[in-house]
Write a protein that binds this ligand. Structure first.
Ligand code: NAD
Length: 480
């Protein structure tokens, strides 16, 4: 059985207390590995290693740091297949998705920030005849990166890459539910020649290893992606310690489909935005609002496509839907299907657990599920389900749909489908969402600010925003 280890000071080491957690394969429901159940002692060792590595790492020219990150990107690309297989097995996602999205994006994260740091300029402010002010952006020191299970290597590296590029040393914790590719990243760091202690990867639970990272006094910033409740807890711990905080949290994203849209494109992309990764992407659109004149047409075409989504072994090329990440998560999503029924929803597709034969008999599979007839403000339409469950709702006016779209505590992303340019911009600006897509979904440019409004988060990742987050600005004023 595969036993993972922590990666501390450039070496793989067991947890000090010798405790391990089971790692379950979602497609089979069986334990297939063990991961360290690390505690504050392991975290303290990782922080110590990071602190010791920091002076030399920050002193290294940005270009040299960047080259090491680009090397890591190349190694990820060279190991695309084993990484994609590991991600699929660990998470339950179709291997084709891991191969096409997760692993290439992890490589892009390192390549982007590895080269981007060379373009990270600071400002000067010239006060005519009086003074010259210039800004120095110092790395923070040791920073903590904590990531969730849905896009494991993709989101783990999205934090680590800018932190390292900006000259920080990192203590990072992947989700205890999907630790495999983070473990493999340690091996690639060794191959890339990343100096020992620059990146330390500690495995374990949120309340154990995660909490210890957040509480450690030498960890100067926390970059966290995960649930809103966890984010709230982390903020409560870290804020009184005056740590910098970046929180990327949950969502309940709306799709606004106007009657003048390209219907075929809207249907096809809405299938992606509803069910990619079994609906377990924070950017998935789970509330689909359709302008009444095309409601029935959209519904028919959408349901036809839903019927073609094959639920199957994630390791098979033919599977469009893999397993949900865990039994606990499957039960949570099923409880929302029950809630939607109780709230008066009409089930149009799915709703049931899928029992496969053979290897996957014990897997956590669920049919892609579609409801209609629910009130826009019911719990099903306000709370994050984070699974393959969407609702269809007709609307009559722009004002009405904006009101509904904005009527949740979340504000992560939104999608608008229309051919009317004026309306597209007007509606985009009126939406309470940090990311808005017009006539597309999940088209990402890594330079853009990424993050949520309201309970979807605090701060922005991506591009210069991330490099700024991982640095402390200092103004130096020179009298002329
Ligand atoms: P989660 O909050 O349960 O866990 C996320 C990470 O935090 C894990 O590594 C976990 O071990 C750790 N953690 C838990 N308690 C902690 C504590 N007290 N201190 C420190 N760390 C702790 O989230 P999840 O279930 O893994 O992920 C799903 C959630 O993530 C969904 O709500 C989803 O919307 C959100 N998400 C948001 C984004 C975004 O960019 N906004 C992206 C992906 C996922």
């Amino acid at each position: 059985m595969l036993q993972l280890q922590n990666f501390i000071n450039g070496q793989f080491v067991p947890p000090v207390a010798g405790r391990y957690l089971p790692n379950i394969e979602p497609a089979t429901g069986l334990v297939y590995g063990q991961i360290p159940d690390s505690d504050a002692t392991d975290v303290a060792r990782a922080v110590e290693a990071a602190q010791a590595a920091f002076p030399a790492w920050r002193a290294l020219a940005a270009e040299k740091r960047g080259r090491l990150l680009v090397r890591l990107a190349e190694l990820i690309e060279q190991n695309l297949e084993p990484l994609a297989q590991a991600e699929s097995r660990d998470n339950g996602k179709p291997v084709a998705l891991a191969r096409m999205v997760d692993i290439p994006r992890a490589a892009s994260n390192f390549a982007f920030f590895g080269t981007g740091v060379g373009h990270f300029a600071s400002e000067t402010h010239f006060q005519e005849g009086l003074a010259l002010n210039y800004t120095v952006r110092h790395p923070l020191g040791v920073v903590g990166c904590i990531s969730p299970w849905n896009l494991p290597l993709y989101l783990f590296t999205w934090k680590i890459a800018p932190a390292l590029a900006a000259g920080n040393c990192v203590v990072a914790k992947p989700s205890e539910i999907t630790p495999a590719t983070a473990f493999l990243l340690g091996e690639l760091c060794q191959q890339a020649g990343l100096p020992a202690g620059v990146l330390n990867i500690v495995h374990g639970t949120g309340p154990g290893a995660g909490q210890a990272i957040v509480e450690h006094p030498l960890v100067k910033a926390i970059s966290f992606t995960g649930g809103t409740k966890t984010g709230e807890h982390i903020a409560r711990t870290a804020a009184p310690m005056f740590k910098k905080l970046s929180l990327e949290l949950g969502g309940k994203n709306p799709n606004l489909i106007f009657a003048d849209c390209d219907l075929a494109a809207a249907v096809s992309t809405s299938i992606q935005s509803s069910f990619s990764n079994q609906g377990q992407i924070c950017l998935c659109g789970s509330r689909i609002f359709i302008e009444r004149p095309i409601y029935e047409q959209f519904k028919a075409a959408f349901l036809e496509r839903v019927a073609g989504l094959t639920v199957g072994d994630p390791l098979l090329e033919t599977s469009r839907q893999g397993a949900l990440v865990s039994e606990a998560h499957l039960l949570k999503v099923q409880s929302y299907i029950e809630l939607a029924r109780q709230e008066g929803g009409t089930l149009l597709a799915g709703g049931e657990r899928v029992r496969l034969d053979g290897r996957c008999a014990g897997g956590f599979f669920l049919q892609p599920t579609v409801f209609e007839g629910l009130a826009p403000n019911c719990r099903t339409n306000r709370e994050e389900i984070f699974g393959p469950v969407v609702t269809l709702t007709p609307f009559d006016t722009e004002a009405e749909v904006l009101d509904w779209a904005n009527g949740t505590d979340y504000g992560l992303s939104a999608t608008i489908w229309t051919r009317d340019l004026d309306r597209a911009h007007r509606v985009a600006h009126a939406l309470h969402a940090g990311v808005v897509w017009i006539n597309t979904w999940l088209l990402r440019d890594l330079r853009t600010p990424f993050g949520g409004m309201k309970n979807s988060g605090v701060g922005r990742e991506g591009g210069l925003e991330a490099l700024r987050f991982f640095t402390e600005a200092q103004n130096v004023c020179v009298k002329l």
